[in-house]
Design a protein. Structure first.
Length: 367
């Protein structure tokens, strides 16, 4: 039995835990993510199915280090020959916080040297080729506690494969999925995004409704690991592909005032396998006609910090109350960085949650 960690952005750890438990996995909350137990099949399924996690990593070593010598000894004591074959490459990334060792560059260099020395000794080689498959190593140090992992994902899990064009200030796919999961919306209710931009919220909601695994069409680095069962991974992917049913999608729609963003939105919908499944149209949210009964609005309106001016954003926020009074939305869910949003909107949120859009601190308000 191996131990893994699914890393997550601040505020999303609980969602990741719930997703892992839905896959039947035993979980434990940890710094920056959620641990779980299982074989390579469990890790591959997590890579394929998790909507809100950043990465899946195999934990290969842990300990404490307050000096580079202690770090070197900790890293070199790991049985790297069990993971990295002859010729395997092993790029090292690092992360440091509130520790004696705070130079990421030095941590990476020392760790790389420790792994190399161990492999040269075990394989009786003077130098390492590193010309074959990649085994990405991540060394995270927090309060002098070291966690060493192998990256099982490759590209971050927000890279679903459908968004190859980016508009201004795009919303990360994992955060969009979190907005959907944290909202009162459930498959069967109408959903509308009046600031849909390039369509990320629409796609993530549709994936959930159609039972589509977010990682269905992208590769994962662990598929090339010599100790991962490739046939088993292929079978898990086939099962997910068979489960995907776009005919289940109904009641999801989007609108925006920006015609260029809408063109990108249509391209993304097509690349996600959702062409002609989700209607999108050009419309100012202040001019929306009444929406379908029981509609849930989920949106990420422009922020003054990222798009346009703060004055323009404040004016828009004042008008957004029309989503309830004119468009007759049952629930309105808004991600905003404005501390004054509720005052401008003219109503207190029923629920709120602190999240980060990139490095920008935001609140997710549910009215």
């Amino acid at each position: 039995m191996m131990e893994w960690i699914a890393s997550a952005a601040f505020g999303l750890e609980g969602l990741v835990k719930r997703e892992l438990q839905a896959l039947g996995l035993e979980t434990t909350m940890d710094q920056g993510g959620v641990r779980f137990l299982g074989g390579t099949d469990a890790a591959f399924r997590a890579n394929l199915e998790l909507r809100t996690a950043d990465r899946v990593q195999l934990i290969v070593g842990e300990g404490e280090a307050r000096s580079f010598e202690e770090l070197f000894q900790l890293i070199s004591a790991i049985a790297w020959e069990d993971y990295i074959p002859r010729g395997g490459s092993f790029p090292v990334t690092g992360q440091c916080g509130r520790s004696q060792l705070m130079s990421v560059r030095d941590v990476q260099a020392i760790s790389k040297k420790a792994v190399a020395e161990r492999l040269k000794q075990r394989y009786k080689m003077n130098w390492l080729d590193e010309s074959k498959e990649s085994y990405g190593i991540h060394v995270a140090i927090h309060q002098d506690k070291v966690r060493v992992t192998l990256d099982a994902s490759g590209n971050a899990l927000n890279r679903r494969g459908y968004r190859t064009w980016n508009g201004e200030a795009p919303l990360r796919e994992t955060l969009a999925a979190a907005l959907v999961d944290l909202s009162p919306w459930r498959p069967g209710r109408p959903l509308h995004d009046p600031c849909c931009g390039t369509g990320t919220i629409l796609v993530e909601a549709a994936f959930k409704m159609a039972k589509r695994a977010p990682g269905l069409v992208r590769p994962f680095s662990m598929e090339n690991w010599h100790f991962a069962d490739k046939k088993q991974c292929d079978e898990i992917r086939r099962e997910a592909r068979f489960r995907f049913n776009p005919d289940l999608i109904e009641g999801i729609s989007g609108s925006d005032v920006d015609p260029e963003a809408l063109e990108l939105c249509k391209k993304h919908l097509a690349q996600a396998g959702l062409k002609d499944r989700i209607p999108v149209f050009e419309k100012d949210l202040r001019d929306l006609e009444p929406l379908a009964e029981n509609t849930c609005v989920i949106t990420n309106p422009p922020y003054g910090e990222r798009l346009g001016s703060k004055k323009e954003a404040d004016t828009l926020y004042r008008q957004m109350r029309k989503l309830e009074t004119k468009a007759m939305a049952r629930n309105v869910c808004i991600l905003t960085s404005s501390p004054s949003f509720e005052r401008l909107y003219g109503k207190r949120a029923q629920r709120k949650r602190r999240l980060y859009n990139g490095r920008l601190e935001c609140e997710y308000l549910i009215f």
